[in-house]
Design a protein around this ligand. Structure first.
Ligand code: OSB
Ligand code: MG
Length: 369
C-alpha cells in the first residue's frame, strides 16, 4: 500500500446522557477521525479514542493531532506499507502516545482489509460470526435511578452489567443491585479510585459474586494490584495499567490480575492488541474488549478484534443508539439479545456516513504524501 493523503477531522458529538466515572462527568465527545487514502483512492478509517482532557490517560485530542501531524504521518508517507503489522516497528522510536498511533494504524488495517476484499475481523484472524456484549453504566444520582437503568438493559438482553464504583458508591450499591438482580453477570469498574488502604472495603465486595473488579488501584500500578489480588477472591481485571504486550506479560507474571480488558487505543493498535490476546490465551487469562465511548468507526474496530477466540467475556461495545442520536456509520450498530452480528463486508464492514461526519466536524486538515 502506498498512501496518497490522510485527512484528519476533529469531530464533536453530544452523548445522549452524560457519562460519570470516579473522575467526573462529561456529555460532549471530542475525537479525531482519520481517513487514509491510497493511490487508487480507497479510504481506510480509524478513530482516536483520546478524550478532550487527560483524565483517563495522558493523551488528549490535541496531543494526538500533534503526534499525527508532526511524527506519525511523515513516517506513514515515507515508504510503502506491505502489511499493517510493520507499523509497530516503524513507530517504535516514538514513546507511548498509543492512542495517536492506534488511530492511524487502525485506518491502515481497514484499508489493508479492503484491498484484500476481506472483513477486518478475518484479516485479524477472527472467526466468530457474532459477539456477546455487555453495558457500562456510569455513576447515577441515586441507587433507584441506577436500578431502573439496569432493569432496562437487562430487559434489552445485554449479557453483563458493569457499574462504575468509587469509595462511598460501592458496597451499598452492589448490595442493592444483587437484591434485585441475583443472577446477572455483574462487575464494578473503579477507574483507579482506591488504594491499598481501602483493602477491607474491597474485600467486602467478595460476597457479591462479582465477575471481576476492574482497575481498582492506580492507573500506572501492577505491584499493589498483585498484593490486592492475593487477598481478594474476586478476580481483578486491569484496564488503565496495561499499555503493551510487555505490561501484560509482567502483570501476568506478578499475579496482578486474572482478566485483562483490551482497548485497542490504549495499547497502540490492533497489532499489539492481537499480541496481548495471544499471550493471555497461552496463560489462561480471558480477555474482553473495553470501550471509550467511541463513535461507529472505533466501535467497528472493537467488533473486529472481539472475533478472536480468547475474547470470551462480553465487551463494552454497546449499540450506537446507547450513545448517539445518530452515529457516523451505515448501518448503525445494533444489539439483539446481547449479541452483535459481525459484518461481512470488506474492512470495518460499515460505510462511513459522510453527511453525518461533515455535520460533526469542527476542523479538518488534509496531509499529502
Ligand atoms: O474505564 O472502561 C472504562 C468510558 C470512558 C473511559 C473509560 C471507560 C469507559 C467505560 C465505558 O467504561 C465504555 C463504553 O461504553 O464505551
Ligand atoms: Mg475501565
Amino acid at each position: 500500500m502506498k498512501l496518497k493523503q490522510v485527512i484528519l477531522r476533529h469531530l464533536q458529538m453530544e452523548l445522549k446522557s452524560p457519562f460519570t466515572t470516579s473522575f467526573g462527568s462529561f456529555s460532549t465527545k471530542d475525537f479525531i477521525l482519520v481517513e487514509a487514502i491510497d493511490e487508487d483512492g480507497v479510504s481506510g478509517w480509524g478513530e482516536s479514542v483520546a478524550f478532550h482532557s487527560p483524565w483517563y490517560n495522558e493523551e488528549t485530542v490535541k496531543t494526538n493531532w500533534h503526534m499525527l501531524e508532526d511524527f506519525l504521518l511523515p513516517l506513514i508517507f515515507k515508504a510503502p506499507i506491505e502489511h499493517p503489522d510493520e507499523l509497530n516497528e516503524r513507530f517504535s522510536f516514538i514513546r507511548k502516545n498509543n492512542m495517536a498511533k492506534s488511530a492511524i494504524e487502525g485506518a491502515i488495517w481497514d484499508l489493508f482489509a479492503k484491498k484484500q476484499n476481506i472483513p477486518l475481523s478475518k484479516a485479524l484472524g477472527g472467526e466468530k460470526k457474532e459477539i456477546g456484549v455487555g453495558i457500562s453504566i456510569g455513576i447515577q444520582k441515586s441507587i433507584d435511578d441506577l436500578l431502573r437503568i439496569i432493569e432496562k438493559y437487562v430487559t434489552e438482553g445485554y449479557r453483563r452489567i458493569k457499574v462504575k464504583i468509587k469509595p462511598g458508591w460501592d458496597i451499598e450499591v452492589i448490595r442493592e443491585i444483587r437484591k434485585h438482580f441475583s443472577d446477572i453477570l455483574l462487575m464494578g469498574d473503579a477507574n483507579s479510585a482506591y488504594t491499598l488502604q481501602d483493602i477491607e472495603r474491597l474485600k467486602a465486595l467478595d460476597e457479591f459474586n462479582l465477575m471481576m473488579i476492574e482497575q481498582p488501584l492506580a492507573s500506572d500500578d501492577i505491584v499493589d494490584h498483585a498484593t490486592l489480588q492475593a487477598q481478594l477472591q474476586t478476580p481483578i481485571c486491569l484496564d488503565e495499567s496495561i499499555h503493551s504486550y510487555e505490561d501484560a506479560r509482567k502483570a501476568i507474571q506478578l499475579g496482578s490480575c486474572k482478566i485483562i480488558n483490551i482497548k485497542i487505543g490504549r495499547v497502540g493498535g490492533l497489532t499489539e492488541a492481537k499480541k496481548i490476546h495471544d499471550l493471555c490465551q497461552k496463560n489462561n487469562i480471558p480477555v474482553w474488549c473495553g470501550g471509550m465511548l467511541e463513535a461507529g468507526v472505533g466501535r467497528a474496530h472493537n467488533i473486529a478484534i472481539t472475533t478472536l477466540e480468547n475474547f470470551t467475556m462480553p465487551g463494552d461495545t454497546a449499540a450506537s443508539s446507547h450513545y448517539w442520536e445518530r452515529d457516523i456509520i451505515i448501518p448503525e450498530i445494533t444489539v439483539h439479545n446481547g449479541m452483535i452480528v459481525v459484518p461481512e463486508g470488506p474492512g470495518i464492514g460499515y460505510e462511513v456516513d459522510r453527511r453525518q461526519v461533515d455535520l460533526y466536524t469542527v476542523f479538518a486538515k488534509t496531509y499529502k504524501a
